[in-house]
Design a protein around this ligand. Structure first.
Ligand code: HEC
Ligand code: HEC
Ligand code: HEC
Ligand code: HEC
Ligand code: HEC
Ligand code: HEC
Ligand code: HEC
Ligand code: HEC
Length: 465
């Protein structure tokens, strides 16, 4: 990439500038700000924000796209043609071209790797374009599969993927500043901020985006610029938010996809995500979105001193839910099995990245067997675990109802004549001088002979505690 080299040169220049800024040389702030803001790259940020840099380096954002020319170890497996073709042979019925016609890149032809958690794909260069070789390695199932084998030479990384995997992508010039989701993908172009001397604290703060200081919507839309699926609004064909910068309103640059708009490949009929990188779409449907619980309420992006967790959650697994939901009633839906696995029911793995069901739903609403019974295409939370059991969904729903729906009171209602209200003796205030607010409720249970006026009210009693 020529562009990359040019940018490195620019970065080196800027580093000099910064070094002089750290010294006593005064800087002409006005002159600086008359220049357009530029990207400077994470290595520049690192000079003053080493701890942020270090923790970001441990996250997958920094490793999304890696230069395989610089370091071949970023390729997570061996590109062994015999092995790859043997794996493809196992799925040959699904392939659009014969196995022996597959292009398999040599290690030295791979420019960049993309991904390392669920799947890895390989970028090669052709006629000045970056394109994906037609093979994909799925990490957790350890197998090779096909990827766009019939049209791989026509799918252009810059147009289809670029802006979500690299930072500072220029679609027209076919350049980018840095592979991966780097500092400036979330903080915006940093040239002014980086060049200003440390003493100019307020100017420095004002010239960089701190998501924590934006409004909630603008902050979460930074994440939403990539954890999303749809089309650019400022470009005819691009599938990422061309022109968007952190702090801006995403809708002006990107239109999310939906089932309602006809995308039956990436969403279920209830608008839950079927495709991956759609967390923002899911989340937007949730009560959490309405209540201001955003991506960064649960995820960190760089957290000094915290060891990296899977999915970068602030607490591991379902503990994350309990940090806010300290009290959840242990009845109804929550009375079945151990119930501590909130994520198992509330974030079922119903979306796909590499293999079916490896990505969690972010609507946070459990899907029940009855949802699937009503529309067989819609999956449910229960079957992510209960798939081996005889598979009768009606039975599962019935079992669930039996456990979670409170039974109607049995027997017929008995009318009892109420005795005329006896003149009440003065209330005996034996202990507490002031009756606690709940005292009247506690006294509610009527004498055994009197049936409740509203049979429906009876079952509620237990749960209100
Ligand atoms: C020359 C040193 C230097 C460089 C280089 C630098 N920063 Fe800063 N940064 C600072 C200082 C100083 C502050 C102000 C700290 C404070 O608020 O007390 C700051 C603050 C910030 C803030 C918080 C702003 C706020 O309003 O709270 C962010 C975000 C930030 N920097 C990101 C970056 C990024 C991204 C880069 C690389 C593009 C970068 N910085 C490069 C020195 C630097
Ligand atoms: C994926 C998005 C993302 C990336 C990448 C990212 N940041 Fe941040 N950064 C944030 C968010 C979000 C906040 C606000 C944190 C919060 O809400 O508490 C933040 C806050 C900061 C702050 C303000 C002080 C603080 O800790 O709150 C600094 C400084 C900073 N980032 C520097 C960096 C540097 C340097 C890099 C690259 C090495 C970087 N960030 C990469 C999203 C990002
Ligand atoms: C420029 C695009 C971009 C932006 C902006 C972005 N992300 Fe990401 N994010 C990605 C990509 C691409 C991956 C996949 C990285 C990989 O697998 O190597 C990812 C991965 C993640 C993961 C999964 C990590 C794991 O271990 O599985 C979390 C969580 C995440 N991002 C949260 C956020 C949050 C929160 C924000 C906003 C503060 C944000 N991202 C902003 C592109 C982005
Ligand atoms: C709108 C932004 C966006 C676009 C466009 C996009 N991706 Fe991604 N991609 C992401 C995010 C965010 C993730 C991580 C979250 C997830 O997978 O749910 C991801 C994950 C991946 C992963 C898995 C990473 C891992 O560690 O397992 C691969 C591989 C990948 N994308 C390839 C592509 C390819 C190839 C294209 C273009 C054809 C593309 N993506 C287009 C945002 C995007
Ligand atoms: C209420 C908490 C919460 C919120 C809000 C939230 N997430 Fe998550 N996220 C989780 C949990 C929990 C996981 C799964 C953790 C695990 O693997 O055990 C997860 C997983 C992920 C993953 C990894 C892919 C997967 O499904 O395993 C990505 C990427 C991600 N979240 C991105 C986001 C983005 C982007 C937002 C905002 C639009 C967001 N999350 C909002 C809790 C949350
Ligand atoms: C940062 C705090 C926070 C975290 C973490 C969090 N929640 Fe929430 N959640 C809220 C708030 C606030 C509401 C809205 C108020 C309410 O209904 O309790 C809410 C509402 C909900 C609701 C809807 C309740 C209703 O009334 O219908 C569900 C379901 C839910 N959360 C599940 C989860 C799950 C599952 C997790 C873990 C993945 C989680 N939450 C993590 C704060 C949080
Ligand atoms: C067996 C599946 C299952 C598990 C496990 C589970 N839930 Fe639920 N949860 C449900 C169902 C079903 C509902 C009712 C949803 C509805 O009415 O749409 C619900 C409702 C909720 C609500 C809203 C109503 C209320 O009681 O406040 C919250 C909040 C909630 N769950 C949080 C959690 C948390 C936190 C955990 C983990 C400690 C958890 N759930 C574990 C299935 C489950
Ligand atoms: C995270 C995995 C998981 C999820 C999700 C899950 N289950 Fe289960 N379920 C189990 C396991 C394991 C058992 C057996 C051990 C136990 O009872 O804890 C079980 C037992 C049951 C039983 C028998 C319980 C009894 O006390 O006789 C019923 C009924 C049931 N599940 C229904 C459901 C329904 C309905 C859902 C969806 C709302 C669901 N489960 C979601 C794992 C799960």
């Amino acid at each position: 990439m020529n562009g990359y080299r040019v940018v490195r040169f620019l970065v080196a220049g800027l580093m000099l500038l910064v070094v002089s800024a750290c010294g006593e040389t005064p800087i002409d702030v006005k002159a600086l700000k008359s220049q357009p803001k530029k990207y400077v790259g994470s290595d520049t940020c690192k000079m003053c924000h080493l701890e942020h840099y270090d923790s970001w380096k441990m996250t997958l954002h920094s490793r999304m796209m890696q230069d395989a020319q610089k370091n071949r170890d970023v390729i997570v497996t061996e590109l062994d043609p015999a092995h790859i073709r043997a794996d493809l042979e196992k799925i040959k019925d699904k392939l659009k071209i014969p196995v022996d016609k597959f292009y398999i890149p040599k290690v030295e032809d791979v420019k960049y790797t993309v991904g390392s958690q669920w799947k890895q794909r390989y970028l090669v260069e052709k006629d000045g374009n970056l394109i994906f070789a037609p093979i994909q390695y799925n990490l957790e199932s350890h197998r090779w599969v096909n990827y766009n084998e019939d049209k791989w030479e026509k799918k252009l990384w810059f147009n289809d993927c670029g802006g979500c995997h690299a930072t500072g992508v220029d679609l027209e010039k076919k350049t980018f500043v840095e592979p991966g989701v780097a500092c400036e993908a979330c903080h915006g172009k940093g040239s002014w901020h980086a060049a200003l001397p440390k003493t100019e604290v307020f100017e420095k703060r004002a010239t960089i985006i701190n998501p924590a200081k934006l409004t909630m919507g603008a902050a979460v839309q930074i994440c939403g610029s990539c954890h999303n699926r749809g089309k650019a609004t400022k470009h005819k064909t691009a599938e990422w938010a061309v022109g968007y910068e952190p702090g801006k309103a995403l809708e002006a640059y990107f239109k999310s996809t939906s089932f309602g708009a006809g995308d039956i490949k990436h969403l279920y009929a209830n608008e839950f995500s079927m495709g991956h990188h759609q967390q923002y779409i899911d989340w937007s449907l949730s009560i959490h979105a309405k209540e201001g619980v955003t991506c960064t309420s649960c995820h960190y992006v760089h957290q000094i001193g915290v060891p990296p967790t899977r999915s970068q959650t602030l607490s591991a697994g379902s503990k994350q839910c309990l940090t806010c939901h300290v009290q959840v009633n242990n009845n109804q839906a929550h009375s079945i099995h151990s119930f501590a696995n909130c994520i198992g029911c509330h974030m079922p793995k119903i979306a796909t990245s590499a293999e079916s069901g490896d990505i969690h739903s972010h609507v946070f609403v459990p899907l029940l067997p009855r949802d699937t019974l009503a529309n067989p295409v819609i999956p449910n939370s229960c079957e992510t675990c209960h798939k081996h059991k005889g598979q009768d969904l009606k039975k599962l729903q019935a079992a669930f109802d039996a456990l979670t729906v409170l039974p109607k009171p049995v027997g017929s209602q008995v009318k009892v004549e109420m005795p005329p209200p006896a003149p009440k003796p003065a209330p005996k205030k034996v202990e507490a001088p002031k009756p606690a607010p709940e005292a009247p409720k506690a006294a509610a249970p009527a004498p055994a002979t009197v049936a409740p006026e509203h049979p429906k009210a009876a079952p509620k009693e237990g749960e209100k505690k």
